[in-house]
Design a protein around this ligand. Structure first.
Ligand code: 13P
Length: 252
């Protein structure tokens, strides 16, 4: 078996924070960085705090990401943020297709795939989120749903595009609920996703990082990250707490 991929832990702040809290969170994380040995770290604040966070992350090893982007080029699209603007502020990553965007803002598989492609055109690394609802899991449709979400990206961008992308498996029933998938449950789906990609390109499947997201916390991160196909985490609530986020990063 080949060596495991480098763990990537990304904090998704969602729509949380203030100028003050953003600053103290980044200051606290920077102060504890010596605890994190090998994990790659990224922070995805709300758009409006990107300039502040970007300035504070300069000269650190922590990467910056956004939570969303427009599929369009800059122009007359009121309220949207374009890929070149994210580049302009030093973003490396951008989350696409988070389940909250799919559920509350009507993002379809097709739109998520378009955003994925647009991000890559600009040199951003998309973190594309997939995951099933509780009723889909209970109906035995977990694989079908995740396959459909992955296939939308594969057919729009091609398997080779995953060389510069990250996948986040976030079962919707585990997000913000405190109900984490067990390491075995998560591993099963991660292996399924990797196999799906391997059908198209085995080399890319071996390289692509697949994060787990959904109630990751300081107590469960290490056993999740130890699974063979789990390559880190996309962290919501625990990314807003300095100690917890550092502990999760140090677990990689
Ligand atoms: P929680 O860690 O709060 O469950 O959120 C997970 C998530 O949605 C990260 O994108």
């Amino acid at each position: 078996m080949s060596q495991k991929r480098r763990i990537l832990v990304a904090g998704n702040w969602k729509m949380n924070g203030s100028k003050e809290s953003a600053k103290s969170l980044i200051e606290g994380i920077k102060a504890g960085l010596d605890r994190v040995k090998t994990t790659e770290m990224a922070i995805c604040p709300p758009f409006i705090y990107i300039p502040t966070v970007a300035a504070m992350l300069e000269g650190t090893t922590i990467a910056l990401g956004a939570q969303n982007l427009a599929k369009e080029d800059p122009g007359a699209f009121t309220g949207e943020v374009a890929a070149p603007m994210l580049k302009d502020f030093g973003c490396t990553y951008v989350i696409v297709g988070h389940s909250e965007r799919r559920a509350y803002y009507g993002e379809t598989d097709a739109l998520v795939a378009q955003k994925f492609v647009r991000a890559q055109q600009e040199g951003l690394v998309p973190i594309v989120c997939v995951g099933e609802l509780l009723e889909e899991r209970e109906a035995g449709k977990m694989e079908q749903v995740v396959a459909r979400q992955i296939d939308a990206v594969l057919s729009a961008a091609g398997a080779s595009a995953l060389e510069n992308a990250v996948i986040a498996y976030e079962p919707v029933w585990a997000i913000g609920t405190g109900k984490t998938a067990t390491p075995d449950q998560a591993q099963e789906v991660h292996a399924f996703i990797r196999a799906r990609i391997a059908d198209k390109d085995a080399g890319i499947a071996e390289k692509v990082r697949i994060q787990y997201g959904g109630s990751v916390n300081a107590g469960n991160a290490a056993e999740l990250f130890a699974m063979p196909d789990i390559d880190g985490g996309l962290i919501g609530g625990a990314a807003l707490k300095i100690e917890d986020f550092l502990t999760i990063c140090a677990a990689g």
